[in-house]
Design a protein around this ligand. Structure first.
Ligand SMILES: C[S@@+](CC[C@H](N)C(=O)[O-])C[C@H]1O[C@@H](n2cnc3c(N)ncnc32)[C@H](O)[C@@H]1O
Length: 322
């Protein structure tokens, strides 16, 4: 057992492992392939990439979580490097390393099983723990600190926008009423407040699911950072470079889908202007499809059930040499 496992024994089962690595279409050694795994987690995807990567290849991985970083320290491979930061810092990380172009970027979004399973991280409404929810516990505000200080209106907006929760108004009101009596510092307290405020039950869903998802997304700035990394990944992709993104809920997937679709669309000619179609901006990416986990994978790993993987390839700029 490594020190990391001794401190945090929770495991992560990688979703769409073979499919995601195949989607990157790794370069063989005729060309040095440089790849990014933006969400190292416990390194399931990174380790398989390293197995298949040519000797001259390079893999730069990111994670915000200190346990993920500690886990990555067990990989002794000169082709691999881990960065303890958000994947939104991609451009800066590449620039300080003198890396101009990438051959592929993989993002397996959201939280890992160890983050959910360890009650001390405060992500789960199923077990009692401190209300933290930060992926990176070395910086930023915990969920408890945020709920103690935020306005009722902003709490309601976060729960409505990021949780798509119909009872956001009632939940925010109940949170503000409770915090006037006692600090809301545990996951159990928050789960109880939400359960009492949510009037109808969704089948197979804990009433706290949407609120916990919303607060987690807000605390970790998940959607904003996703927008940044998609733009930066695209900007750095070499011609034929692949962008592979696994999402776990519709808010993430919508951003990924719209980003890729926008890059894959050719500009439509305005018939009133004397511009030839060939002179209009051409598509910058090609969509290579959407992949969901097989029934077998979902049966073995229920957390895979909501996963959607989208793949797109950067096209050669018109007139550029490959
Ligand atoms: C679903 S897990 C990835 C699992 C990984 N593919 C594996 O096979 O072990 C997501 C991981 O990404 C990290 N993460 C999520 N958003 C991030 C961000 N904006 N920047 C860096 N890491 C992030 C989380 O801390 C978590 O460890």
């Amino acid at each position: 057992m490594t020190n990391v496992e001794a401190v945090q024994p929770y495991q992560h089962r990688t979703v769409l492992l073979n499919e995601a690595v195949a989607a990157l279409a790794l370069q063989d050694d005729r060309r040095q392939g440089i790849y990014v795994d933006g969400t190292f987690g416990r390194g399931g995807h990174s380790r398989l990439i390293l197995q298949k990567l040519g000797e001259r290849g390079r893999l730069l991985a990111f994670d915000k979580d200190t346990y993920a970083i500690a886990n990555a320290s067990s990989i002794a491979d000169a082709r691999f490097e881990i960065v303890h930061d958000s994947f939104a810092t991609l451009a800066e990380a590449l620039s300080v390393r003198g890396i101009g172009q990438l051959d592929g970027v993989l993002l397996d979004l959201g939280i890992s099983s160890p983050q959910v399973d360890d009650a001390a991280r405060g992500f789960s409404f199923r077990a009692d723990g401190p209300l933290d929810m930060r992926m990176d516990t070395t910086r930023g505000m915990s969920a408890a600190e945020w709920l103690a200080t935020e306005t009722e209106q902003k709490i309601e907006k976060v729960i409505r926008d990021y949780g798509e929760e119909r009872f956001a108004f009632q939940i925010a009101k109940a949170i503000v009423a409770r915090r006037a009596v006692e600090p809301i510092s545990s996951t159990r307290q928050l789960a109880e407040i939400v359960a009492n405020a949510v009037k109808t039950r969704e089948k197979g869903k804990d009433p706290a699911t949407r609120t916990f998802q919303a607060i987690r997304i807000f605390i970790n700035q998940e959607l904003e950072e996703l927008e940044v990394v998609l733009a930066e990944a695209f900007r750095h992709l070499a011609p034929n470079g692949r962008l592979v993104v696994i999402s776990f809920h519709s808010l993430e997937d919508r951003i990924v889908k719209q980003f890729m679709a926008g890059k894959a669309k050719a500009a439509q000619p305005d018939r009133r202007l004397p511009i030839r179609a060939v002179d209009l901006p051409q598509p910058e990416m090609k969509l290579l499809g959407r992949v969901m986990p097989s029934e077998e994978e979902v049966a073995e790993n229920p957390r895979a059930r909501s996963a959607v993987m989208r793949i797109a390839e950067r096209l050669t700029p018109a007139g550029a040499l490959q």
